[in-house]
Design a binder for this molecule. Structure first.
Ligand code: TXA
Ligand code: MG
Length: 322
């Protein structure tokens, strides 16, 4: 990475496409490899709070509390940059950087050794789902990058929470993740925590909203809505599968539906860890489409984050007219 090369690295959330954040040509390469729109800024990774401090205007009070509580970990912070910041290339000229300290020994070691911030968006072609294993990265980007550091499957499995905690009292969750309202409220009891549409207003990146597995995924109210012209897959949680009748299960088998069980709502950590892996597996089936049975993801932080990721990849299903 010292020589301006682009390498995929493991983090606890998803794999990152890493480059020296202070090297403009390395940053340009990241955009090229991902085919990422040129105005979509890159998250920068730091080795410690002291390291963050060297590059930002200041670390505001509430941000500091959150950083002390959850970093290194799956949370990123919006912070103001000083004028003429060397991070301006990575942030596409924005006056803010989104920074995080990853909880992955290998990646932290790399940042520490480099002793520079590392820009690393998720290691996937723009518009595709994030990669959570070295194999996923290799399949998508191998020819275009200098290497993949294999750190196994990412332990969290979905992208970090992004927060704007620059205002002491109003904390915005710009992208939901493993750390959510409950966890934040616990350490900032008097702050107001807001989430929702704010990200679109504040950040340019999120106008690029749609992610998708190569196989189009449609949401369904009931299994009966599935039409049968082609072989298709059905994604559901273990709980949904347990909830369908024996008759319906037999029916799934006789209609040659490929059933992919995403995991149980009783173990959301595991479900999230395997979430993108299941979509990867789905794409390997090479089907024309897949269905997902509408699910109540619940109110936990991970539940809300999974709901958010699902919304980005599914389309409502309109059965063909007969
Ligand atoms: O868990 C994660 O956050 C992973 C790992 C690799 O760290 N990274 C990640 O990066 O998910 P990416 O680029 O796929 O998603 C970051 C989001 C994008 O929507 C981007 O537009 C937005 O954050 N973003 C990054 N820097 C920004 C900035 N300075 N201002 C506004 N939005 C920014
Ligand atoms: Mg991404």
């Amino acid at each position: 990475m010292q020589e301006g090369k682009v390498v995929a690295v493991p983090t606890e959330t998803v794999y990152g496409l890493a480059a020296d954040a202070l090297n403009p040509s390395a940053i340009a390469k990241v955009f090229e490899v991902k085919n990422r729109p040129a105005d979509n800024p890159l998250i920068c990774h730091f080795s410690s709070m002291q390291h963050v401090q060297q590059f930002v205007e200041k670390i505001p009070v509430s941000t500091k509390v959150l950083m002390k509580s959850f970093s290194p970990g799956p949370i990123s912070f919006m912070l103001d940059l000083p004028q003429n910041s060397p991070l301006a290339f990575a942030t596409c000229g924005s006056a803010q950087v989104i920074g995080r300290i990853p909880a992955n020994e290998i990646f932290l070691g790399i940042i520490t050794q480099l002793n520079r911030p590392v820009a690393a968006p998720s290691a996937n072609t723009s518009g595709r789902v994030s990669a959570t294993s070295a194999q996923m990265v290799e399949e998508d980007l191998k020819e275009k990058i200098s290497g993949v550091v294999d750190g196994g499957i990412c332990s969290v499995g979905i992208e970090s929470t992004i927060v704007d905690a620059r205002d002491e009292q109003n904390i915005f969750i710009l992208r939901p993740g493993r750390i959510g309202e409950k966890e934040i409220q616990r350490v900032l009891p008097s702050a107001k925590i807001l989430s929702g549409k704010t990200f679109e207003q504040t950040t340019p990146g999120t106008k690029y909203r749609h992610y998708s597995p190569a196989t189009p995924l449609f949401s369904l109210d009931t299994i009966e809505m599935i039409d049968q012209e082609n072989e298709v897959a059905l994604l559901l949680t273990q709980d949904q599968y347990n909830g369908i009748t024996d008759e319906q299960k037999k029916n799934l088998v006789s209609r040659k539906l490929q059933v992919i069980i995403l995991g149980s709502m009783k173990n959301l950590d595991e479900l999230a860890r395997n979430f993108y892996q299941h979509l990867f597996q789905l794409d390997h089936l090479n089907l024309q489409k897949a269905f997902f049975l509408k699910n109540d993801w619940g109110n936990s932080s991970l539940g809300k984050a999974l709901q958010n990721r699902m919304e980005k990849i599914i389309q409502d299903y309109v059965p063909p007219a007969n």
